[in-house]
Design a binder for this molecule. Sequence first.
Ligand SMILES: Cc1ncc(C[n+]2csc(CCOP(=O)(O)OP(=O)(O)O)c2C)c(N)n1
Ligand code: SF4
Ligand SMILES: [Mg+2]
Length: 288
Amino acid sequence: MGVKVEDFDLDRENTWCPGCGNFAILDTVKKSLANLGLPPNEVMVVSGIGQAGKMPGHFRVNTFNVLHGRVLPAATGISLANHELKILAIGGDGDGLAEGGNHLIHAARRNINVTYMMHNNMVYGLTKGQVSPTSDEGLKTPTTPGGNPVAGLNPVLMLLGLKASFVARSFSGSKEQLGSIIERAIQKPGFAFIDILQPCPSFNKVNTHGWFKKRVFDINEEGHKPDNLCEAFQAAMEWGERIPTGIFYDEPEARPVFNEVLFGSQEQPLLEAELNPLDIKEMIKEHL
Ligand SMILES: Cc1ncc(C[n+]2csc(CCOP(=O)(O)OP(=O)(O)O)c2C)c(N)n1
Ligand code: SF4
Ligand SMILES: [Mg+2]
């Protein structure tokens, strides 16, 4: 009796627009969890605010929907309290790179044991299409009516610069590739980052499903091996007429995850450990 995709089904009204890339990402995540034999009670999905942030409302797992931009601090705390959970952090490009950009830096640096999926539709979808940190230069939005005056940032290059343990990019329209990357990321100990390109047909009329489909190609199929950081940078530099996807970097040498750095190897999750409160009255007196 393995885990089935239907085990993750939740009968709730879905308010995503027709054609939104989030549907394919949701289906693929559920399939990947089933393929890995991870039952819903062993999975925790933490999400921020935005259309991507609504993901946990649509599948049966442990969930925590937090403030905009605060996905990774919450995921860090959960992973420290219970390292036995498989933790998926989910949010949009605005959530992860604008409001939450600071947290992304430190989650990667600390190597928290979390898979982070950033749904990248290159705009703020939920709040009706404002410019985001990944919007291309020239994109006209309600906040940049004359066109985005600056170039969008490349999240893959940013995460390589932070030496994240695992850095990949996929596209909601490449479900097979996306599924295999998600499965590998979940199995990777430490911080695994996936930039998931997705169309927002309601508010991004430029970077559409067809626009991405015409440009994406798989770097691993073209021979890129993800064990070399310099070559990963080289592969990630491209953006435009051709958009590289696949696994850019998968750190070959295992590095301790944040739990191990703080607590060493743990026999039981912190939340089950016996409380041994320190009596600090004498210490306080010394400073009075
Ligand atoms: C602290 C805070 N700032 C701003 C907002 C308003 N807000 C909600 S979602 C959002 C951006 C959503 O864009 P993104 O993260 O890219 O997700 P998408 O909807 O595109 O999936 C903003 C600015 C908020 N809810 N809370
Ligand atoms: S606004 Fe865009 S991101 Fe949000 S549900 Fe609609 S298509 Fe998807
Ligand atoms: Mg977005």
